[in-house]
Structure formats: structure tokens, C-alpha cells
Design a protein around this ligand. Structure first.
Ligand code: CIZ
Ligand code: SF4
Length: 322
């Protein structure tokens, strides 16, 4: 704990010295989230992170999250320097949707409006008509459907299927998935619920349809936090990354939060409700990046032509979600 306090103090001093601000995702380690809050940064979902970074007067952003969040920050704030504790923090959705293959898929369906999830590379965004986060996905697809548009959706198939169900829109899906949410199991959740009958089930729509079906609330991270605050249940079973418990517990200290089971019968899981890439953001690499003049090589650079093209659907997202 003494060593950690030392790291925290040094990071706070470096942030000040470098006119930098720490922007953290809800899924990062509680330690990183607490530090972002203590130093005037923010803890948020990817849409709010993008807005916060863009509007903040700091000249340098330290993005504690995964790579696409750093890229989005850079595209929205090209005049700022953007660093991440490690550029190796990526996302299974991003990995599963390479730009070349995606572009070829779009070419096969020229009549469709291309809507991509924020969890994609800058190059994939550059090919899109719209970028969305889960907090505005249903609303946007409904809006496009009312205009008679057919949708090409990428990369999360569970979220794409959920949006199709909710809106009735014609949605053609890329077959990607989040390794964290894909592992939640309806049976495990029902078994846990039997032990805690008063618990409400909160589910992120990157989860499989069988899990979404048994949810009391389905929503993005911010929406799940907001919904829990309006419910009186003493406890919650939460099907999203357990990093979110930091904020939930902070806002609702008298409630109990339980991670949704990731596999029946105690079988092993790949992520156990904690994203391995989000977990790469730590105190040590955050300090290292801040203390080194070149940020240990962990600076985000986006090709200017790709950035110019990706900015169009990103700005549409910000305006639609405003
Ligand atoms: O699963 C993720 O990475 C999410 C929910 C990102 C975000 O905040 O939109
Ligand atoms: Fe990607 Fe899933 Fe990790 Fe989010 S939690 S960054 S969607 S792998």
C-alpha cells in the first residue's frame, strides 16, 4: 500500500507537470479509476471518455482503456498528444474485424448504411457511415430504420442481434464478439438468482441473447449504473466487466453487486468477467509513460487521411448522442 501511495503521488505530480489528464474506462482496475477521479480526470464509458478528452483544456491525454479509445481521442483531438499506459491493450472486437476484410464485406453490400461500434480500429471507422456506442445503438438504428435504410452492422453480433430485435430493422451482422460478455451463462445467472431472489439482473447487450432474455435491465455501462440507482433491490447480478463495481459501489454503498457467472458448474472461463486488455492499465506503466519524455513509445498516432475519414462518422455519433 505504501508503494502504491508513492506511485499515486508521482503520477499526480507528473500529470500536473505535463499538463495532462487521466481518462479511465469503467472496466479498468479500481486503482486506476480512483486515481483518475482524484486527479481531476474522469471515469466513464467510451462515449463520455471521447467527449471529456475533447473538451478538456489539458494538452496531453492519458487514456486508460483499450486501443480504440486512444485512437478515438486522438482523432477528436488531433492537437493533443495522446498516450496509453500500453498500446498492447486491444479488444477482441477490434481484432476480429480487420479493415481489409471489413471493407470487402462493405463492398459486397453497397446498398447498406454502414454502422460500426466504437470498439473498432480507426481504419474500420473510416469505412463507416456511422459510429455508435451501446448507449445510443438502439436509438440510432431505429432512427435509420424509420428513414428506410438497411444496415450493415459490425463487429459485435450479440449487440447487432439485440438491436435488430429491438427495432425490427434490416440488420446484416459481422460475426464478432467480446470475449468477456460472450461468456456469461443464463443458467449460472438463474442459479445465482435462486440463491438471491431479490437481486435484479443487469445485462450489457454484448452478452448472448439467452442472457439478455433473463435481464431485468439491458443497457450500456452508464445506463446500467443509472438504472441500478433507480431500483430498490438490495443486490444485483451484473453481466458486464466487474471493473464497473468500483463506480456502482461508490454510488450505492449499501447494495451488493455480484458478477454474473461465466460458465456453468465451475468450468473455467477465458476472462471471468474481467477484460484482460483493460487489466493491462496499471499504476506502474501509467507512471512510466508520464515520466518518460517520449512516453515510452506508447503514443497514439493515426494516419491523417484515415483520421480525416473516421472523424465524419465519429462526429455524427457525438451529435446524435448529444
Ligand atoms: O465493452 C466495452 O468495451 C464497452 C462497453 C465500451 C464502452 O464503454 O462503450
Ligand atoms: Fe473489448 Fe470486451 Fe474488453 Fe470491451 S470488455 S475492450 S468489448 S474485449
Amino acid at each position: 500500500e505504501g508503494a502504491k501511495a508513492h506511485y499515486r503521488a508521482r503520477i499526480a505530480a507528473q500529470l500536473k507537470a505535463r499538463n495532462a489528464v487521466l481518462v479511465a474506462h469503467y472496466y479498468t482496475d479500481p486503482e486506476i479509476q480512483a486515481l483518475a477521479e482524484a486527479t481531476g480526470g474522469c471515469v466513464a464509458d467510451s462515449l463520455e471518455m471521447a467527449r471529456f478528452g475533447k473538451d478538456h483544456p489539458a494538452t496531453t491525454l492519458i487514456v486508460a482503456g483499450v486501443r480504440f479509445m486512444g485512437e478515438t481521442a486522438k482523432i477528436l483531438s488531433p492537437e493533443k498528444r495522446v498516450f496509453m499506459p500500453t498500446l498492447e491493450a486491444t479488444c477482441s472486437l477490434d481484432i476480429g474485424c480487420p479493415a481489409d476484410a471489413f471493407s470487402a464485406f462493405c463492398d459486397q453490400h453497397p446498398e447498406r448504411t454502414v454502422v460500426v461500434y466504437a470498439n473498432t480500429s480507426a481504419a474500420v471507422k473510416a469505412r463507416a457511415d456511422w459510429v455508435v456506442t451501446s448507449s445510443i445503438a438502439v436509438e440510432l438504428i431505429d432512427h435509420l430504420d424509420r428513414q428506410g435504410e438497411k444496415i450493415l452492422w459490425a463487429p459485435d453480433r450479440h449487440l447487432g442481434n439485440y438491436v435488430r430485435e429491438r427495432t425490427g430493422a434490416d440488420v446484416l451482422c459481422w460475426e464478432g464478439e467480446c470475449i468477456v460478455h460472450d461468456e456469461f451463462k443464463a443458467k449460472g445467472i438463474l442459479d445465482l438468482k435462486a440463491l438471491h431472489p431479490q437481486a435484479a439482473v443487469l445485462v450489457h447487450p454484448e452478452s448472448p441473447a439467452s442472457v439478455v432474455e433473463i435481464a431485468d435491465v439491458v443497457g450500456s455501462t452508464s445506463q446500467l449504473i443509472g438504472a441500478a440507482q433507480k431500483l430498490d433491490n438490495p443486490s444485483f447480478i451484473v453481466a458486464t466487466d466487474r471493473g464497473i463495481f468500483y463506480k456502482m459501489q461508490q454510488l450505492m454503498p449499501d447494495r451488493t453487486f455480484m458478477a454474473a457467472p461465466t460458465a456453468g458448474n465451475g468450468a473455467t472461463c477465458r476472462s471471468c468477467a474481467n477484460c484482460p486488455w483493460m487489466a493491462m492499465n496499471g499504476l506502474e506503466n501509467t507512471l512510466a509513460v508520464l515520466a518518460d519524455a517520449n512516453g515510452c513509445g506508447q503514443e497514439i498516432h493515426v494516419d491523417p487521411e484515415i483520421a480525416r475519414q473516421a472523424l465524419v462518422p465519429l462526429n455524427r455519433m457525438l451529435e446524435f448522442g448529444a
